[in-house]
Design a protein around this ligand. Structure first.
Ligand SMILES: [Zn+2]
Length: 145
């Protein structure tokens, strides 16, 4: 039997097993600003941009800044399940001073989401591709305390 693989939905955006789930961003070595997705050049208008950007792993935990519930299937390349199930979309404020977006896993009660809740980065199966591989994405769920 063919071995099914776990592959990232976007190469180089998140760590893969056996590593803990973490987003991969980058940081300007001149001014210290963080970026996710990774920036090609520093976007801080006050930065002298003398030093390069360096890839960094971002904090696994942050605070729920904002959220919504998506009631319609996003267009391709998003792989919407059929029948479509509404899912939560969140913006997380990380200690690095940036906000990152992501989905909420299906098993999380969307009524439980509250602004300022501590959330953690997890990896979840986004969909199964044509070869049967699990395509993984980062998502955010309320952190275990
Ligand atoms: Zn900079």
């Amino acid at each position: 039997m063919e071995v099914k693989k776990q592959i990232p939905c976007l190469e180089g955006w998140l760590t893969m097993p056996p590593q803990e789930p973490q987003l991969i961003g980058n940081r300007c070595q001149s001014c210290g600003h963080y970026f996710f997705p990774k920036a090609k050049t520093c976007r801080n208008p006050l930065c002298d941009k003398v030093k390069p950007l360096k890839d960094v792993l971002l904090s696994r935990k942050g605070k729920l800044f904002s959220y919504t519930i998506n009631h319609y299937p996003p267009p391709p390349p998003y792989h919407a399940p059929d029948p479509f199930v509404p899912f939560g979309v969140v913006s997380i404020a990380l200690p690095e001073g940036i906000k990152v977006g992501g989905q909420v896993p299906k098993d999380v009660d969307l009524d439980s989401l509250k602004v300022d809740t501590e959330m953690e980065t997890v990896r979840e199966v986004l969909y199964i591709d044509d070869q049967g591989n699990e395509v993984l994405s980062w998502m955010f769920r309320p952190a275990k305390s």
